[in-house]
Design a protein around this ligand. Structure first.
Ligand SMILES: Cc1cc2nc3c(=O)[nH]c(=O)nc-3n(C[C@H](O)[C@H](O)[C@H](O)COP(=O)(O)O)c2cc1C
Length: 221
């Protein structure tokens, strides 16, 4: 069956100069993003997260099955429960589960099992990947490239949050199964990560780390 198509009306072509300028400005702006672990409790203006999530939902996905679900948690009691569950997993991780090599890699970041930001920050976005879909009659629909698709949507969300002037922390307490239970999500949705979002604390500090220069991460053939 041939695909039903429509004209590509939203494409915009820029002059080479404008193109260079836009590419540079965008890269410079993304390089100002830092993962923040010291959050203020200041509320996020109404509607902002909704637009950031709309940006995330523009991501391409395997066979366009959009295998993602986002739960925005602002409720203080649920954030407290998430903190308790995450810290319990993290205590085990740091005490016994993490191999020495992993702990050594984390050392420059100064992270530990305490996650006060899960309660301080005004919003947590729990991101789930749908292992498979469910049709209205209850039958399963296979999903393709779920991890890749959800990863791209999450990247767009992180960029959108940064673009809005907020900061985020990509948090991955391991394992994260407690999120299904606390947020009432079905087993076919696998927790992908927890994005902590808000304003930085006035005295927020970040690890002094460098990013690889473009020459080191790219080969041109
Ligand atoms: C998949 C993924 C998982 C991460 N998990 C955690 C985490 O559980 N806790 C944490 O403090 N940072 C976590 N981070 C944040 C990284 O430590 C951070 O991105 C890295 O140190 C680079 O810092 P930058 O984002 O400021 O460039 C994670 C990042 C990614 C992409």
């Amino acid at each position: 069956m041939p695909a039903i198509t429509v004209p590509l009306t939203h494409y915009r072509e820029y002059s080479p100069d404008d193109m260079q300028q836009r590419a540079r400005t965008f890269a410079d702006d993304l390089h100002r993003r830092r993962t923040v672990r010291d959050f203020s409790s200041k509320a996020i203006p109404e509607g902002v997260l909704s637009d950031c999530l709309r940006a995330a939902g523009s991501a391409p996905s395997g066979a366009h099955l959009q295998p993602w679900h986002f739960v925005v948690v602002t409720d203080a009691v649920i954030r407290q429960r998430i903190r308790e569950a995450a810290e319990a997993e993290e205590r085990e991780f740091y005490a016994s589960r993490a191999p020495a090599e992993w702990l050594a890699a984390l050392e420059p970041l100064g992270t530990d099992p305490n996650k006060p930001f899960l309660e301080t920050a005004p919003a947590l976005i729990a991101i789930f990947g749908e292992a498979y879909g469910e049709l209205p009659d209850g039958t399963r629909r296979k999903h393709y490239y779920v991890t890749e698709s959800v990863g791209i949507a999450t990247g767009l969300l992180i960029a959108a949050v940064h673009n809005a002037g907020l900061v985020s922390l990509t948090h991955t307490p391991s394992p994260m199964g407690f999120l299904n239970e606390l947020l009432g999500r079905p087993a076919r949705e696998r927790p992908f990560l927890l994005l902590v979002v808000g304003y930085p604390a006035d005295d927020a500090r970040v690890p002094d780390i460098a990013r690889k220069p473009v020459e080191q991460i790219v080969s041109w053939v």
